[in-house]
Design a protein around this ligand. Structure first.
Ligand code: GN1
Ligand code: MG
Length: 366
């Protein structure tokens, strides 16, 4: 008989009796469900982890568990609430961190944190400031995490590796779409060298490697009802990388005046007040710990990650849409164009973004 969601939930050490298992949210990668239990027992988040994207789910869950436990220790030391300010991985009844279903899918469970708000868009600078503080605190909590972490997705924010994939995708032309994409392809190629020059600084150690989240768009943060950051979630991509990527990805997401996949490009731009607010929140937690090279390249990281996102959306379109979930046949191309616009706007505001970082950093170093 086909294994149902209730059967899968029963494989985990849940306290309480399961009342229902229902879909939750619309992530691009995993399938997420909420497991409601009867009475006072906690509810849970059950996820089918996308094994096409994460080739070693047990290693990924081991990362998530160790990182969450580390954060929990910091939360307790600071007098916070460890059940709300850290993720809690729930093991299976046989003590593993994930369950392999009868059809080969991998499932994992965490404790659901109630009474929270998640946003798909930051609409006020105040919220952006809080988000920046949240990611800054997350990085600070992991600054003394010294254990090795598995690389859950190879070369995730490594543009040199992404270009290898890109060159292969162009050669394959799997979906026969390249003939209509000359403008988009030149757009990528015109910026190739600049992006590689930046990544070279990470490769040669000028920019340090730290433990980072790597997917800091706003919906990966839980806020409490008072608008304070509670907890950073979606830890699938926590690995060793540059802290700049967390900053850059957040700017790409928080500061867009339109949507990530906006079809009306006139709505897409980078909001300078939102940039200032996020940077201020972030540097309020991190200014003292960042190196000069990180500060020098902080503003650029927003351009880098937005560029990488254009490349990833376009590459998925060229490949025939295997990676991101899509809502229409052109969805990845629509996303490509909106992110191109976002980067072009950042390029025009780059000097201003750099000045902003210098000024905020000065403030926190006084
Ligand atoms: C994916 O999983 P989710 O929706 O938080 C993607 C990010 C992209 C983002 C674009 C593992 O994030 O890298 O920036 O979509 N995550 C993975 O919205 O590829
Ligand atoms: Mg997410």
């Amino acid at each position: 008989m086909k294994e149902g969601l209730n059967d899968i939930a029963a494989k985990f050490q849940l306290s309480g009796v399961v009342e229902s298992v229902r879909p939750l949210g619309d992530g691009f990668i995993n399938d997420t469900f909420i497991v409601k239990t009867v009475g006072d027992a906690p509810d849970y988040i059950l996820q089918r982890k996308n094994k096409a994207i994460f080739p070693d789910v047990p290693a990924m869950m081991d990362n998530i568990n160790r990182v969450s436990n580390h954060i929990r220790r910091h939360v307790i030391a600071a007098g916070g609430d460890p059940m709300r300010e850290a993720m809690t991985v729930v093991p299976t009844t046989d003590g593993k961190l994930c369950y392999e279903g009868t059809n080969g899918d991998f499932w994992a469970t965490t404790v659901f944190i109630p009474d929270t708000i998640a946003y798909n868009k930051a609409d006020t600078p105040e919220l952006a400031r809080k988000g920046g503080q949240g990611i800054g605190r997350f990085q600070a909590q992991l600054a003394d995490f010294r254990e090795p972490l598995a690389e859950t997705i190879k070369g995730f924010h490594n543009i040199r590796f992404r270009f290898q994939q890109w060159d292969e995708a162009l050669k394959r032309d799997a979906a026969g779409r390249i003939k209509d994409l000359s403008t988009e392809i030149s757009w990528i190629e015109n910026r190739r060298k600049k992006m590689l020059d930046f990544w070279q600084l990470v490769e040669d150690g000028t920019i340090p490697t730290r433990v980072t989240h790597n997917d800091t768009k706003i919906n990966n943060i839980l806020f409490d009802k008072n608008g304070e950051v509670l907890c950073v979630i979606d830890l699938d991509t926590v690995m060793a990388s540059t802290s700049l990527n967390d900053f850059g990805d957040a700017i790409r997401s928080y500061c867009n005046t339109g949507d990530e996949d906006d079809q009306d490009l006139s709505r897409v731009s980078m909001s300078v007040p939102m940039f200032e607010a996020y940077a201020d929140g972030y540097l309020s937690e991190r200014a003292a710990q960042l190196t000069q090279s990180e500060l020098d390249w902080l503003a650029f990281s927003a351009l880098y990650i937005t560029y990488e996102q254009v490349l990833r959306f376009l590459m998925d379109y060229i490949d025939g849409d295997n990676y991101y979930k899509i809502k229409s046949p052109d969805h990845n191309l629509i996303r490509t164009h909106a992110q191109e616009r976002m980067l072009e706007d950042m390029e025009s505001k780059y000097p201003q973004m750099q000045d902003t970082i210098v000024n905020i950093d000065k403030k926190y170093r006084m």
